[in-house]
Ligand binder design. Structure first.
Ligand code: ZN
Ligand code: ZN
Length: 265
């Protein structure tokens, strides 16, 4: 959905009145592709794309990550055959998390969509991206019982600047689909850090060091956490979150990311 309410304000359901209202809004403001602005006039286009607001050209431009890939950091390999296996980086140094999964590579139209979601004050794009991540999570996670889903937190200052936490908006779709528990309070970002973009490898690692804290370790002790983020670049942020969570007593940490940056290896 775009910027208007999903459910009827009087009966809280997706009722006939609501459908009429939605059709009327679609006539006055025809839905457009969130990436290129192309009109999405036919319902069949939206149905084919799972109801999201991307035109077929942009949606087919989302680069799906397929096997073989690294099960630890979600990095895909250049070769198109063979089984999933650890990449060289993960063989050299195992991350603090137990596995990471991502449906797409961070490039093309999806990169444009994520960019305008995060930096263009277009929080409603999360309603088209979130279901894609949730759908992937259903197939990727063998079982979702007893999972505690946590978005990677933003520092309160960054949250005030942006107005929303993009990872929380994505996580809400995942929680709804998997029927898991959402916890966006236990893990806090306690240090305001420079954006990771533009920093070197070592600087990125140092930048997020001691940036997170688990408020009450008793709340996460023995739990399996599903950490949700929009983009995996070097993995330093997720790695640091996983370190802190495990130190607080979490048993396992899985990372669910919408888009994986970096080339195939
Ligand atoms: Zn488009
Ligand atoms: Zn790897």
């Amino acid at each position: 959905m775009r910027g208007y309410p999903v459910n009827c304000l009087s009966c809280s359901k997706n009722c006939v009145k609501m459908n009429l209202l939605r059709n009327l809004i679609n006539i006055i403001y025809p839905p457009r592709c969130l990436v290129c602005g192309e009109f999405l006039l036919e319902d069949s286009i939206r149905d084919k794309n799972g109801g999201n607001s991307f035109c077929p050209a942009c949606f087919t431009g989302f680069s799906r990550i397929t096997s073989p890939r690294c099960p630890m950091c979600a990095r895909p390999f250049v070769t198109e055959s063979g089984e999933d296996h650890l990449c060289e980086a993960c063989l050299r140094k195992r991350p603090n998390f137990d596995a990471a999964g991502a449906p797409y590579l961070y490039d093309g139209p999806l990169m444009t969509a994520i960019h305008s979601f995060k930096y263009g004050s277009r929080s409603y794009i999360g309603d088209s991206l979130g279901p894609l991540l949730a759908q992937f999570a259903c197939g990727w996670l063998r079982e979702s019982g007893n999972l505690l889903t946590m978005p990677v937190p933003l520092h309160p200052k960054r949250l005030r600047e942006r107005g929303f936490n993009q990872s929380l908006l994505l996580a809400m779709h995942v929680v709804r689909r998997l029927n898991t528990e959402l916890d966006f309070l236990s893990l806090r970002r306690i240090r305001y850090t420079a954006p990771q973009t533009g920093l070197g490898k070592d600087e990125r690692r140092k930048n997020v060091r001691k940036a997170f804290q688990v408020i009450n370790p008793e709340d996460v002790k023995g739990k399996t956490v599903l950490l949700v983020d929009d983009v995996f670049t070097t993995g330093n942020t997720l790695n640091e979150c996983a370190r802190v969570l495990k130190k607080a007593g979490c048993e396992k940490v899985f990372c669910l990311i919408l888009a994986r940056a970096g080339n195939r290896v």
